[in-house]
Design a protein around this ligand. Structure first.
Ligand code: CKP
Ligand code: MG
Length: 311
């Protein structure tokens, strides 16, 4: 069976239920987040197979992570770790502005090591998806990602990289230095314009950014332009994918949704146009619903909405 494999960290999200300063107190809703697991869930909901590799805490939050991923049909390869689960505190400062704070050091996800990566599993995958978040968590996770890429490249498994720069985890120089070698060995790269510029600093505009990224090695580069859609250079061919117009509700998770849509169609053997169209649809679902992954569509919902111009 063709499956996607990904390596990352799932965080517990504590999200304020009310708008306003969190300093005044609020009810908090417990949920989960994590770019790589978001992609795995998105792929699974579209009928693809996805496996998530990571470490989870040996407590209720770790149990919650495993239950939730398994409920979504994602295969989990997760060592239980005595360290706690990372937290993401989300303050809804106004209706349209949230502020995020990570509590993400000395946690289970950050204790991932290269030994946590099962060789057979990665070597047997149809695609390895990684993001720039995991290497930012520490030396262990960075080595784990490099190990996964080593295995994939040796086995001829294509590597998909979402640059996913997080300024709360590291600075642009560190990110550039660490992610560039991974990008060179990737086949497909997803990035926003700012993220792309971390990789090719002297390039500008989606066309030039994608071209310069592909000159570094990848056969495909997808530059995500938010409400303007996406520009992709895939095997030397240009594609312009308009965004699906929706009412913006919460943009977090849009990039992961986009990658999930693209990769699910790649696994299904669909051509680039279809991959990009589904990517845009999933991005639209993500931004027009609450939560990072909860609002992602199942395949039957996607087919229905596909007949409409917008959602
Ligand atoms: O790039 P995206 O907005 O799609 O990524 C969102 C995820 O993993 C979110 O779920 C969050 O927990 C994170 O990125 C992160 O670590 O920032
Ligand atoms: Mg992103």
């Amino acid at each position: 069976q063709r499956y996607l494999v990904t390596v990352g960290e799932v965080l517990a999200v504590l999200a304020a239920s009310d708008t306003g300063p969190l300093a005044l107190g609020s009810d908090l809703r417990l949920g989960l987040a994590g770019a790589e697991s978001n992609v795995a869930v998105g792929v699974s909901r579209l009928g693809g197979s996805a496996t998530w590799i990571g470490r989870v805490s040996d407590d209720a939050l770790g149990d919650l992570i495993l239950r939730e991923l398994r409920a979504e049909g994602v295969t989990t390869v997760a060592a239980r770790d005595p360290a706690p689960t990372s937290l993401l505190l989300r303050e809804r400062r106004t209706a349209t502005h949230s502020r995020t704070r990570y509590y993400r050091t000395h946690t289970a996800g950050a204790r991932l090591t290269a030994d946590d990566i099962p060789e057979d599993l990665v070597a047997g995958a149809a695609v390895l998806h990684i993001t720039g978040i995991t290497p930012a968590l520490g030396e262990g996770p960075a080595r784990a990602v490099t190990r996964a890429v080593d295995i994939a490249v040796d086995a001829g498994v294509p590597v998909s990289l979402d640059v996913n720069f997080r300024s709360l985890l590291w600075n642009e120089q560190e990110a550039g230095r660490t992610l560039l070698p991974l990008l060179r060995r990737s086949d497909l790269v997803f990035a926003g314009p700012h993220e792309a510029r971390l990789m090719v600093p002297d390039a500008d505009g989606p066309e030039e950014l994608a071209k310069r990224i592909c000159e570094l090695g990848p056969a495909g580069a997808v530059i995500k332009l938010g409400a303007e859609g996406a520009y992709a250079l895939l095997d030397g061919r240009e594609h312009r994918q308009p965004a699906v117009p929706v009412t913006l509700h919460d943009s977090v998770g849009a990039g992961d949704a986009f990658a999930a849509g693209y990769l699910a169609e790649l696994l299904a053997g669909e051509p680039p146009e279809r991959r990009l169209r589904t990517a845009a649809l999933l991005g639209a679902f993500a931004v027009s619903t609450t939560g990072d992954w909860e609002g992602l569509p199942r395949r039957n919902e996607l087919d229905l909405l596909d007949h409409y111009d917008d959602i």
